[in-house]
Write a protein that binds this ligand. Sequence first.
Ligand code: ZN
Length: 157
Amino acid sequence: MAFSTVTVTPQLTTSVWAAPPTAIVLHATAGSTARSSIDHLRSVGLGYHVIIARDGRDTAKTINADGSDPIVYFCTPFANRAAHVGSNVPIEGGGGRIANRCAIGISLANRQNGEAYTAKQIAVLSEIIEHVKVKSSRGTAPIRCRSTARRWPRNTG
Ligand SMILES: [Zn+2]
């Protein structure tokens, strides 16, 4: 399906990979618009590789999304690492490897409070994952997608 892209400048980047990425971690931003999440991530020195907005306007709530093709924000080049997981969190099934050092981070704009994802976000997510897998297969390590999802144990109080 169609989607528009925005390359975020300056990029939310850290260093280059020590080894090609072997995993993808899927996130929700826990914020309103993708733009506001990017601003927040920049202010705290974190970032995803990609954020998929709810629609083409980067609407702040799914309930108000207009059904247009989502904007995909490219925040960190795939050639670089992004700080999208807690600094010492290991990747599941990765033999203790630290997630930020082996995983690409893709996030969906979503408040993570029970808000639904838009159907187009999910469709675009599938395309982005395929894109990342193709890019990775040109390196030495294949991406192995896992379907495990766990809620972040955030303190909602
Ligand atoms: Zn996350």
